[in-house]
Design a protein around this ligand. Structure first.
Ligand code: ZN
Length: 321
């Protein structure tokens, strides 16, 4: 429990720190959003994607990308890591008068730290409406061995703290309390059963070195088997746009330079976690663990706090209208 430090309550100077670059990035995102159409991304950058090695090339050698000055966010530093919040369910006693009182947010921390020990179980095929695919995947990691599944849980805990302070009822699809998974179909059904007002699945990508930045994955329109996203495509896009904008603003990091055409937004129809959702839902790929500069950010507790706050502020914006 160490979110009470300066990282938790950002200094008020944050707004004044927005340099021309950040503003330009925000403008880029907004402009991109305006002209953004359905973008059928090539698969292969997400964990939930079909096929082995979907998290990118594990053989990619680390390299040093050219400086982009795209990260005014704090660089990693000792002492800001903060141990992840307790995994025990938080006392779900949201602030009585918070603006999100009555709202339900489900956070889906991608993968599971123990998936590595249950490959047979997570390789089981499940029906996601449009096709069958693996129950779950192990996720990626940084070259230093920081696992995506640890990252997603940490960000989820930080988000839970932020959102509960706003009065929301927050549920996690897993809290390191399962031997593996849950499977992607169950992850979707947890959000549906909770009648969530918003669901966000947290991930970090496993793309090639030099590929940097975050992107938000939106559900495409599918109607097959149990999958029917027609009612959630538009609200999910709204949710995703709010999150992308807040993520740029709060973290100061740029949208992906390798997917989404600079908008930070990508639409996919192959993800069971989205296809089976009946409530507004997006995935957030917070950065690329296989790039050394992104990995440095993802490994920083101070940066993760910003990421959690950026995503949460997007959710709050979406829910408040
Ligand atoms: Zn993932």
């Amino acid at each position: 429990m160490s979110y009470t430090g300066p990282d938790f309550d950002p200094p008020p100077r944050r707004r004044s720190r927005r340099g021309p670059l950040t503003v330009a990035l925000a403008a880029l995102v907004c402009g991109g959003l305006l002209g953004w159409g359905v973008y059928a991304a090539a698969g292969g950058t997400d964990d939930d994607a079909a096929g082995a090695g979907a998290e990118g090339s594990p053989s990619a050698a680390p390299r040093t990308p050219s400086p982009t000055a795209s990260s005014p966010a704090a660089s990693p530093s000792a002492g800001d890591e903060g141990s992840p919040a307790s995994r025990a369910p938080s006392a779900s006693a949201p602030a009585a008068a918070g603006p999100l009182k009555g709202k339900v947010v489900v956070i889906d921390p991608g993968h599971n730290p123990a998936n590595f020990e249950h490959t047979a179980e997570i390789n089981r095929q499940v029906d996601v409406g449009t096709h069958r695919k693996e129950c779950d995947t192990t996720g990626t990691s940084t070259d230093d061995g920081y696992a995506e599944a640890e990252f997603t849980l940490d960000v989820a805990h930080r988000m839970r703290t932020v959102l509960e302070k706003q009065g929301a009822t927050v549920k996690l699809t897993q809290d390191g309390d399962r031997p593996f998974g849950p499977c992607v179909d169950e992850r979707a059904r947890i959000g549906n059963a909770a009648k969530a007002d918003a669901v966000v699945s947290i991930h970090a990508d496993g793309s090639g070195a030099g590929n940097r930045g975050f992107h938000v994955i939106l559900p495409g329109e599918v109607n097959a088997g149990e999958a029917d996203t027609r009612a959630i495509v538009e609200p999910s896009r709204e949710l995703g746009e709010r999150i992308a904008g807040a993520f740029v603003r709060v973290t100061g990091t740029a949208p992906s330079n390798y997917i989404g055409g600079g908008t930070g937004l990508v639409t996919r129809k192959d993800l069971g976690g989205l296809n089976l959702s009946t409530v507004p839902k997006v995935f957030v790929e917070c950065g690329n663990m296989r790039d050394s500069k992104d990995a440095a950010l993802l490994s920083s507790g101070a940066w993760r706090q910003k990421a959690a706050r950026g995503i949460s502020e997007g959710i709050v914006s979406f829910l408040r209208g």
